[in-house]
Structures are given as structure tokens and as C-alpha cells.
Write a protein that binds this ligand. Sequence first.
Ligand code: SF4
Length: 291
Amino acid sequence: MRFTNVRNLPEPYVRAVINDPYKGGGDISVTSLIKPPQMRALEIAHDDEITEDVADRVWALLGQSVHAVLERVGDADAFHEERLSMPIDGWTVSGQIDRYVEDGSLIDFKVTSAWAMKPGQPLKPEWAWQLNCYAQLWRASGFEVSGASIMAILRDWNRREAQRNDGYPQRPVVLRRVELLPPDEVLAYMRERVQLHRQALAGEHPPCTPAERWAKPDVWAVTKKGNKRAAKLCPAPEEADAVASQLGERTGKPHVVTYRPGESTRCEHYCAAAAFCGQWKAMRAEQEAAA
Ligand code: SF4
């Protein structure tokens, strides 16, 4: 993979991004294991052709800097940034947890948006699997695991928003527990992922699922005529038409229905292999034909 610097960002930043010491380990890391197999296989196959702009690494760099600073926690009864590995069906799976305390609790640090940690917002499934896979690595190395949590540093937390909105994280740093699944279930998941990644490397790419593509479904927006903000988003046009007439009658103002096509956020913005992905090309062609 090659880096570009199309926005002409300052040299020290560019060098900090390029000189990333991360090496992974084993045949596959936990973070790659939970990735879509098609995405990883395409990234490997097109490594020489893939480019990424350094400007797109700003959050990743910030995340790394936070990890480096949090190593200062420095308590004697904890391991920090310990990389462990275990064999699974002929592959070595490795993973590095940010913190393991001797009472058996695991913590992974994340730098993320406040939105991702809103009260009641379900935890991203990939984070839950990531922590469960780390738990399995520690168990396989003979350690007990009694709990797992994500400590999220909210990069865009806003004090005013917290004051006026109870549904917004009330603190800029949030600790969220992750449910530990039975070890048999986690091991079965890891074996299945190894199998899928192995097949993908052999050219049998299972298509990325809607969840893996971070897909948002098509919606029909009902808005007051002249407004941009939707009064309601409906999953079907018939429902949107009914809501528009109800709102029109109730408020005495005409409401209109607009189709908003769904989006595969990961394909659109966060997949380095998108330019080489047949699935994504076909989806785009379909969208263009429907537009
Ligand atoms: S572009 Fe989308 S469908 Fe294709 S590999 Fe990436 S995430 Fe999967």
C-alpha cells in the first residue's frame, strides 16, 4: 500500500503516519479476523496498487497517540499492550489487548465519536467480537478472564450538548462493559472466521454482508414543503405517503415525500479495496441505473 498526500499536509504529520510500527503477528490478527474476508483478500491481492491518503489517517494517528499516553497508567498488577497468540486449525491468530488486570478484567481503549457511545446505543458488533476474541487468547494462555470493557475517549464530545441533552454521553470518557460469550461459542466463531478468510485467500470471496458494509437501508423522507429536515423517515413509500397526508391535514401545511437511497458507508468511505471490488462495482451500477 502506498500513501498519497493530496492535501499537502505538513511533513512531520506525514512521516508520523508513514512510520507506523504496527506489524500484527501470526497468520492473522484479531482485528483482521473480524474484517470482511473479501475486503482483506482484496487488500492483500492489490497491496501494490492500493493508495491511501495520509489525511484519512488522522483519527487512526490520534488513536495511536492516545494508546501511547495511556501506557502511563503504569500499575504493577496489569499488563499493557501484550500480544498473545493461539493456534486455530493450522493458523496462528494473534491479538494485542490494551490492558489486562490480574483480577481477570480486560480493557480495550477506543477513540471514537460521541454518537457511537450514546446511552442506549448498542455496541458495535465488531467491537464485541474483538473483545471476546481477546478474552479467548488470554484463556488459551492460561489466564482467567472475569470481565471485558471498552474505555472510549470521545473525540468530538461537546459540553454544551451534554448539558442540554440527556440522550448524549454525559462525560468525555465512557467505560462500557462487553458481554463475555461462552468460550465454546467464541472458539466456534474464530474457527469459522479462519475458514472464511482461508477460502477468501483462495479466491472464494463470500460477498460482504449488509452489516459488514455498514449498510443503511433506503428510506422515504417526509418533510414539510420547503424544509430540508425530515419530519419522519419511513422504510416504505406507501407508509411515507400516508404520513405525509396525515401531517398535511394535522398541520395545514403540505408535506412531501422524497426517496433517500441507502448507503454502504464502509464501501463508500472506509474500504481500501473498494476500487478492486466487483460486488461494490455491481452495487454502484445498480444504484446508477435506478437513479
Ligand atoms: S467495497 Fe464494500 S463490498 Fe467490497 S470489499 Fe469493501 S466493504 Fe466489502
